[in-house]
Design a protein around this ligand. Structure first.
Ligand code: PAF
Length: 301
């Protein structure tokens, strides 16, 4: 694996690969790698000839009160894991490479529009503008055939998929299932911040989402009632969690649903344990046959 910091070196490595007819996969990360990232690499490895991973803790996606400075970093460990995982080129740019003259100089942004109005976008103003802008820069720098993102960041995945479409990036955006600990907690670089008691309670994120899934599968079609069930479970099982949101949303627009209809439904949540913000979500498939049966049953009640 080659570790490159200079953009010209990255571009020359990518150009040579492309001239040799190789396809290129990009796995953008902020480092402090875990199995979730390595699963993205695995998928990229299976589908592309050259796998590029970027590690860049992007300042523009953190709010002024957020954990940019404290965000966990360990480049040596990451280099080891990336090489073991099958990365060919590890790109570790500094801030001046990603933002000429520093991030304060950025004038032209990729605006995610109403896709950022709800869920995480509602409590993290400008977060998704920073994400979309840095990912657009990485897309231009690497010019991959495919780019890989985790489903855990559901709204991010929606925005990046839409950005690729709306800005005509000739890149396939692949969204890969969330990787979880054996007790259900979604892997996240931020899990390292959790104290023992918080870690125990954090299991409730996934069990609460499963409550939501059950409610939908048992025929609940009012999104607010599903949210109430998820919230109820969270408050009971994770009393130290400060709940940011629980939302039943449309998977394509990240907008809260007024009514659950046939299709893929996103049930998403975010909580704080002290200053550690955790997110998780599930996708529930509602098929039209189930919907008709539920409606019939409701009419007979
Ligand atoms: O998901 C992340 O790690 C980041 O938001 C990303 C996509 C690398 C952009 O900084």
């Amino acid at each position: 694996m080659r570790t490159l910091q200079v953009l010209a070196d990255l571009q020359s490595a990518v150009r040579s690969a492309r001239c040799a007819g190789s396809s290129i996969g990009l796995v953008p990360t902020m480092g402090y790698l875990h199995q979730g990232h390595l699963t993205l690499v695995e998928r990229a490895r299976a589908e592309c000839d050259l796998v590029v991973m970027s590690i860049f803790v992007n300042p523009t996606q953190f709010g002024p009160q957020e954990d940019f400075v404290l965000y966990p970093r360990d480049l040596e460990r990451d280099r080891y894991l990336a090489a073991e995982g099958g990365v060919d080129v590890l790109f570790v740019p500094d801030v001046d490479t990603m933002y000429l003259g520093g991030s304060g100089e950025q004038q032209v942004w990729v605006e995610p529009g109403s896709l950022a109005d709800h869920l995480c976008g509602a409590s993290r103003p400008n977060h998704f503008r920073g994400v979309a802008t840095v990912v657009a820069k990485l897309f231009n720098m690497v010019q991959p055939d495919r780019a890989y993102f985790g489903q855990k960041d559901a709204q991010q995945a929606v925005i990046i998929g839409r950005m690729a479409r709306d800005l005509s990036f000739p890149i396939e955006v692949r969204v890969i299932a969330t990787v979880r600990e054996s007790d259900g907690l979604a892997l996240s670089s931020r899990n390292v911040y959790l104290r023992a008691g918080e870690r125990q309670q954090a299991v409730a994120l996934s069990t609460a989402l499963e409550r939501g899934r059950k409610a939908i599968e048992h025929g609940e079609r009012d999104p607010r009632k599903v949210e109430q069930q998820v919230l109820g479970h969270l408050s009971e099982s994770a009393p130290e969690a400060d709940i940011d949101y629980v939302t039943v949303a449309d998977l394509n627009s990240a907008k809260p649903l007024e009514r659950i209809r046939a299709g893929n439904v996103l049930v998403a949540l975010a909580v704080f344990f002290d200053r550690t913000r955790l997110i998780d979500n599930i996708i529930v498939r509602v098929d039209s046959a189930a919907l008709q049966t539920d409606e019939k049953a409701a009419a007979q009640r």
